[in-house]
Write a protein that binds this ligand. Structure first.
Ligand SMILES: Cc1cc2nc3c(=O)[nH]c(=O)nc-3n(C[C@H](O)[C@H](O)[C@H](O)COP(=O)(O)OP(=O)(O)OC[C@H]3O[C@@H](n4cnc5c(N)ncnc54)[C@H](O)[C@@H]3O)c2cc1C
Length: 257
């Protein structure tokens, strides 16, 4: 096998819907990453490993690694990956990277994390990261899906925060979770862009509209969701940042295509 990968063992698998599942794997001692980053992961192949980019959904301090995955029926990787069971082996890249990291944002009062679908994965890492609450007074994570059942993972992650060993005190005081559906009845309905544009999001939170003085934003979703949300965030005066040049918002695609 290529030396760019290590072989890891699947520890647990939980299926949420026919399109979504979570799995946890062993973490090599040498594997270091920043909460919010992604890494290549997949399965051994006959000649070379079949791998795809995946956000690490667990925080940097966790002894195991967690991933939140789509199941694409004809997907080269996920048609197979969705069948893994504890004890199976997966391959893990050695070089995590990404822009949805706290280091890429300048200091401010409030952090917004806007996600759709599996785009919640990097935020599942960041809401369990103590540094998130050290750097921000208020943290808002939004997750929008078509159906209510697709919100189960994010609601489970957020629901477990009060019992979390490291963020159990800060998260319940500082974090607000807003879930919305676009194709099913749900307490909050609509795309994140609609919730921002109408002001509904800010009314719910009792917060002022986005402001570069006080607010930072992370965005993770489809290419279209990113383009639309990014345009709105820019209209509010926020500037895009990166690892090399931290600024007021950062984006990352949840998938290509
Ligand atoms: C930076 C980055 C981070 C990523 N993180 C994750 C993650 O945390 N979890 C995850 O499940 N996937 C993630 N992906 C997508 C992932 O790399 C694969 O595309 C996915 O696992 C499907 O692989 P596949 O080989 O089965 O199908 P592919 O051939 O890769 O994809 C086939 C088609 O399925 C659709 N698709 C692929 N991934 C998704 C998705 N996540 N949600 C909705 N539709 C999708 C697209 O239309 C795509 O063209 C990420 C991609 C990038 C670029």
């Amino acid at each position: 096998m290529s030396s760019a990968f290590t072989t890891e063992t699947v520890l647990s698998v939980d299926h949420y819907t026919d399109r979504l599942f979570k799995f946890r794997i062993t973490r090599p001692q040498t594997f270091r990453f920043r909460s919010g980053e992604f890494v290549m992961i997949g399965m051994a192949g006959e000649k070379k490993p079949l791998v795809r980019a995946y956000s690490v959904a667990s925080p940097a301090w966790d002894e195991e690694l967690e991933f939140f995955s789509i199941k694409v029926e004809d997907g080269p990787l996920t048609s197979k990956l969705q069948k893994i069971v504890p004890g199976d082996e997966v391959v893990l890249g050695k070089k995590p990277t990404g822009t949805l990291v706290l280091d890429a944002l300048t200091p401010a009062k409030r952090l917004y994390m806007f996600s759709t679908g599996t785009g919640f994965a990097p935020f599942a890492s960041l809401v369990r990261e103590p540094e998130t609450y050290e750097k921000f007074d208020e943290v808002i994570v939004t997750h929008t899906c078509r159906l209510g059942a697709e919100l189960e993972y994010s609601s489970e992650v957020v629901g477990a925060l009060p019992d979390d060993p490291l963020v159990g005190e800060d998260a319940p005081q500082k974090l607000r979770y807003v879930s919305s559906c676009t194709r099913e009845d749900h307490p909050v309905q609509g795309r994140i862009t609609q919730l921002i544009e109408s002001g509904d999001l800010f009314e719910r939170l009792g917060a002022p509209k986005l402001n570069p003085e006080t607010d930072r934003v992370m965005i993770c979703g489809s290419q279209a969701m990113i383009a639309d949300t990014k345009a709105l965030v820019e209209q509010h005066g926020l500037t895009e940042g990166s690892n090399a040049k931290p600024a007021e918002f950062v984006v990352e695609k949840a998938f290509v295509g």
